[in-house]
Design a protein around this ligand. Structure first.
Ligand SMILES: Cc1cc2nc3c(=O)[nH]c(=O)nc-3n(C[C@H](O)[C@H](O)[C@H](O)COP(=O)(O)OP(=O)(O)OC[C@H]3O[C@@H](n4cnc5c(N)ncnc54)[C@H](O)[C@@H]3O)c2cc1C
Length: 460
């Protein structure tokens, strides 16, 4: 090992940021160089994305800037496109310029997961995921733009299609996004759209299994379905999305077909496919095979944790059980992983990771939620309050905590903001139109982004 080893962290999400924060604190100056690589200059606190989409939290406050938070680490904005651990070299594609190789001594693989999609006709062209801040804010603008469109037309078909919102996947990310956005649209219609009624909206959640929210007990999941149904939302269990046609007609496995301008895919995740470009061992689900110490199997200088790692779950008796892909494990694993790196660099033994899953909290809109923590089951306002308290205690840095609480306070005092800033999706349009009009005297056709914002979510 080099005198001043280079610790390369691939990914600046939950695992990457928390590992770097801990290493920055625990490795005194000069003991190691920590390099963190991520295509984004920030970590995203994903549990706040539904609230960001609903306008309760500012988008900038659900992300944590890496350079500001990690002053003693080297931050590289780019993607790792492959790793050859045998020679300890990683290929980096920076956001600009030629790709290059970076040599390291210790590897932390923390590149997370991507949306797990299926080859459903029309899905790639019409759907959108819900995993990053761009998608969350796009959806917020899109939903509000659909209310504007519905309110400004007398065509019943256009109005029906604009006001039909389809979500696929009933895990916590999908259910929270579905419920939060509906709550926002309901609020907007009640206060600012006199030509629309909340009864005009159709919100459909499609789930292939016979239940939603696998993170909580069945009775809590069934209560959530009843709660959403009582709000007029349509939850289809044991149903699959079969296709989406050109005119955004959604076809379901129960035979139903309807036109919907909005199709959000939240049906699970899979490990980052970049792992295929590495020589790290992966299991049948494509996850990095780890020991309980979070070391990659057979490679003591390589570590991994979070959504892309198969970490043995020592709290379960079942053979081969691994920890679930969620933030609760990601944060704790990152701290253990960093402590283990420090221990090994100091010639000590690493400690196995062990944590029993504490439970889940989910927000279903303002003052609405469902929670099950350490066996305690909460519904409605208490669950929502617990959701907020828990997440504000977890979001990294005091700065972010303060900003999120300030957002909530301002929204409580001045009501929430429900304005579509669709222009953000295509900021140059007006200028290009002005420039082209001056030249040819006619308007250019609308751009892809403009079409996407003003109508269905078609990609081109
Ligand atoms: C909407 C939503 C809500 C959620 N709510 C909850 C919740 O309430 N409770 C809970 O426990 N969990 C929740 N989760 C899950 C939780 O956010 C994840 O389990 C957690 O983020 C996993 O951490 P990670 O570090 O493995 O991955 P991530 O946090 O996703 O980080 C991966 C990082 O790797 C980067 N990256 C990707 N490819 C490359 C590459 N080639 N090179 C370099 N970097 C790369 C990405 O940009 C990203 O920053 C939610 C997830 C979503 C999407």
């Amino acid at each position: 090992m080099a005198e001043r080893p280079v610790v390369l962290i691939v990914g600046g999400g939950y695992v990457g940021l928390y590992t770097a924060l801990r290493l920055q604190k625990r490795l005194s100056h000069g003991r190691a160089e920590v390099v963190i690589v991520d295509p984004q200059p920030h970590m995203t606190y994903q549990p706040f994305l539904p609230e960001a989409a609903a306008g309760s939290v500012e988008p900038r406050h659900v992300v944590v800037p890496l350079r500001r938070t990690l002053p003693r680490c080297r931050v590289v904005t780019g993607a790792v496109t492959g790793v050859d651990h045998a020679t300890k070299r990683a290929r980096i594609a920076p956001i600009e310029g030629q790709p290059y190789e970076l040599t390291y001594d210790v590897l932390v693989m923390a590149a997370g997961s991507i949306a797990r999609t299926l080859p459903i006709p029309g899905l790639a062209e019409h759907g959108i995921g819900f995993k990053n801040v761009g998608e969350a804010i796009y959806l917020r603008n899109h939903v509000l733009a659909r209310l504007d469109a519905a309110s400004s037309t007398d065509d019943p078909e256009v109005r029906r299609r604009a006001l039909t919102f389809t979500f696929v996947g009933g895990g916590y990310a999908g259910v929270e996004a579905f419920a939060e956005l509906e709550d926002m649209a309901r609020y907007a219609i009640t206060h600012y759209y006199p030509r629309l009624s909340t009864a005009d909206m159709r919100w459909v959640l499609v789930e292939a299994m016979g239940r939603i929210l696998p993170e909580v007990d069945l009775d809590m999941a069934a209560w959530t379905v009843r709660e959403l149904t009582a709000r007029g939302m349509d939850v289809r269990l044991n149903t699959r999305l079969e296709s989406v046609s050109e005119g955004c007609v959604v076809k379901l496995s129960d035979g139903d077909e309807f036109a919907s301008d909005t199709l959000v895919w939240t049906a699970g995740t899979k490990p980052n496919p970049m792992l295929k470009e590495t020589d790290l061992p992966v299991d049948e689900r494509g996850r990095v095979v780890c020991e309980a110490t979070l070391q990659v199997r057979g490679l003591p200088d390589a570590w991994s944790a979070g959504d892309l790692a198969a970490v043995p779950d020592l709290t379960k008796e079942t053979e081969g059980a691994t920890t679930a892909p969620n933030a609760q494990h990601a944060v704790r694993q990152a701290k253990r992983l960093a402590d283990n790196i420090v221990a090994v660099l100091g010639g000590q033994e690493p400690v196995p990771y062990k944590h029993a899953y504490a439970g889940s909290v989910a927000s279903l809109g303002l003052h609405k939620g469902v929670a099950q923590v350490y066996g305690v089951k909460l519904k409605g306002w208490p669950a929502w309050f617990m959701h907020r308290t828990y997440h504000v205690s977890r979001v990294p840095t005091f700065n972010r905590k303060a900003r999120v609480v300030a957002d909530w306070t301002l929204a409580a005092v001045f009501r929430r903001e429900v304005i579509s800033l669709g222009q953000l999706q295509d900021p140059r349009r007006e200028f290009v139109e002005a420039a082209n009009t001056g030249r040819t005297g006619s308007l250019p056709p609308p751009s892809a982004a403009d079409k996407a914002q003003s109508g269905s979510m078609r990609a081109s």
